[in-house]
Design a protein around this ligand. Structure first.
Ligand code: CU
Length: 199
């Protein structure tokens, strides 16, 4: 039992060693609490409305809350509890996107918007939109202090919010981010559920 937990923690601290199809954290991890390098195992079930809203004062502005290591999914390499594209933001083209990024883990993470095929790479390069990343995305940050960034989603297409820390995205630390020429309101979809539309 102890060995299993210790091994899981080592894996959590060594994401470069993980295969792209690494399984979810073992059930033995549930309930342990030591600063949660592999994500907050006590986090409440994610609700879409926690992570997306429309700014009532600024025109055509979507507010995104993006929490790295929200829970223990994918050894903490998740955003809002989802990895490997399992959640999808859709933003109307031309809208401003105001993101507040936080990281629940002492392991560094970051957020950068990239074109979808880039998620398989070890390095994310430049953001797909001007200003669309946390500061120092390669180095990442720790802690629950908010890292805000804002950009205009001026090009339609399939993108992703990925972690810029080397190899994390290739290990699943990304969610889908679509910019739509036809959508009239921003939405957030968890898995196969009906998209939550923010108004
Ligand atoms: Cu990461």
């Amino acid at each position: 039992m102890f060995r299993k937990i210790a091994l899981a923690c080592v894996l959590a601290l060594s994401p470069m060693l993980q295969a792209a199809d690494a399984p979810s954290a073992p059930a033995a991890l549930a309930g342990h609490d030591h600063g949660s390098p592999a994500g907050d195992s006590k986090a409440p079930e994610p609700q879409e409305s926690m992570f997306l809203s429309v700014d009532p004062k600024a025109p055509k502005t979507a507010r995104l809350v993006v929490v790295s290591a929200y829970n223990a999914v994918n050894y903490g390499m998740n955003f809002n509890g989802f990895a490997k594209g399992g959640a999808r933001y859709t933003i109307p083209q031309g809208w401003t996107v105001a993101v507040v990024f936080t990281n629940n883990s002492p392991v560094p993470h970051s957020a950068i918007v990239v074109e979808k095929p880039v998620v398989k790479k070890l390095q994310m390069g430049e953001p797909a939109f001007k200003g669309a990343s946390t500061p120092y995305p390669v180095r990442g940050t720790t802690g629950k202090v908010g890292m805000p960034f804002q950009f205009v989603a001026d090009e339609a297409g399939e993108f992703a919010i990925a972690c810029g820390f080397p190899s994390h995205s290739a290990n699943g630390h990304w969610i889908a981010f679509d910019v739509s020429a036809t959508a009239t309101a921003p939405s957030l979809q968890f898995g196969d559920k009906a998209p939550y539309v923010a108004r």
